[in-house]
Design a protein around this ligand. Structure first.
Ligand code: HEM
Length: 306
């Protein structure tokens, strides 16, 4: 792959800055600039290309020559992150077929559209109870009062985590979710994330035992039971999928709610009319999704020369 376009006026933009915290606050102007000048662009300071066009991204994401598996780019031994590799957590996010296909098929047996649909009304009730303290013009902390606890409560209920254990999950989930930025974090953050992931895993090992001896009507029991043609999820796969459900489902939804509310409050003139349009809610959801989920890039590694 080679860089495409006029990179001369992009010399002030480094990879470190693009993937760093400052740009994360609002990455769209920079993406727009890069797309206009060089839609396929190679960073000077990183050995990475940035693709900014929908078609190019689609092509790479669908092409099996590109991989989600970080083992295709092993860390140098003197990089602190090398110490965390092979820590016994291998999530769907970092797998390629055929492993991905196999695990995904087993998980889909337990995590069905029906499982999610069953939650619909109850999610509304949880929202109502979290918003019960919202009064008139009094300030309300959206992040700690709604965006942060809502996904954790829903995922806990879905999996069958006892109510009294939920508060532990919140801290573990947000610390462990920093590991999703693995290539960009410092040693202290990585260590904190790994400790949280291990505490999480220890906790769930206990819960797996409990569900094996006494099955319940929850996703954890379904994941343990999930079987196809004699194939089951291994212990490592079970742990990894539960960790992923928390980390992927928590951080993303929290950002969507927080940034969605911000969008609503800062763009009233565009947003308010949407409430009265027939498809307004859908448009609002779409706008909040694209502007506010906090997933600003997806990475793939090349397995063979392309
Ligand atoms: C606004 C909400 C969400 C956004 C923006 C989002 C975004 C993403 C993205 C971009 C990926 C693909 C990553 C890649 O292939 O490199 C992904 C995968 C995944 N997400 Fe989400 N997600 C959201 C909510 C959730 C929720 C609520 C859950 C579960 C409770 C979840 C579970 C997963 C899982 C299990 C995968 C891996 C799927 C696979 O590889 O087959 N996500 N998500």
């Amino acid at each position: 792959m080679c860089a495409m376009g006029d990179t001369a006026n992009l010399t002030d933009i480094t990879g470190e800055w693009v993937f760093g915290p400052e740009n994360k606050r609002n990455p769209h102007p920079v993406y727009h600039r890069i797309r206009a000048a060089a839609p396929i662009w190679k960073f000077d300071d990183f050995d990475d290309y940035l693709l900014t066009r929908w078609e190019d991204c689609q092509e790479v994401l669908r092409d099996p020559r590109w991989s989600s598996d970080p083992s295709h780019a092993p860390m140098p031994e003197d990089d602190f992150r090398a110490a965390f590799e092979g820590a016994g957590v291998r999530t769907l996010l970092f797998m390629d077929p055929p492993d991905h296909t196999r695990v995904r098929r087993l998980v889909s047996k337990a995590f069905t559209p029906r499982t999610v649909e069953k939650l619909r009304d109850h999610v509304g009730e949880i929202c109502d109870s979290l918003l019960a303290d919202l009064k008139g013009d009094e300030p309300f902390e959206v992040m700690s009062g709604l965006a942060y606890p809502l996904p954790v409560i829903v995922i806990c209920e879905l999996l069958g985590v006892p109510v009294e254990d939920r508060h532990q999950m919140e801290g573990w989930s947000s610390d462990a979710s920093r590991l999703l930025d693995f290539s960009m974090i410092d040693e202290e953050t990585a260590m904190k994330g790994m400790v949280a992931a291990m505490q999480f895993i220890n906790y769930f090992n206990g819960l797996f035992e409990a569900r094996r001896s006494e099955p319940q009507d929850d996703l954890l029991t379904e994941l343990i039971k999930a079987e196809e043609e004699g194939d089951k999820l291994s212990e490592e796969e079970l742990r990894s999928i539960v960790l992923l459900l928390f980390v992927a489902g928590h951080e993303t939804t929290m950002n969507l709610i927080g940034n969605g509310v911000y969008l609503l409050l800062t763009n009233r003139e565009y947003v308010m009319p949407m409430f009265t349009e027939p498809l307004g809610w859908l448009m609002l959801g779409g706008a909040a999704f694209w502007l506010g989920v906090g997933v600003f890039w997806m990475s793939r590694l090349v397995k063979v020369e392309v």
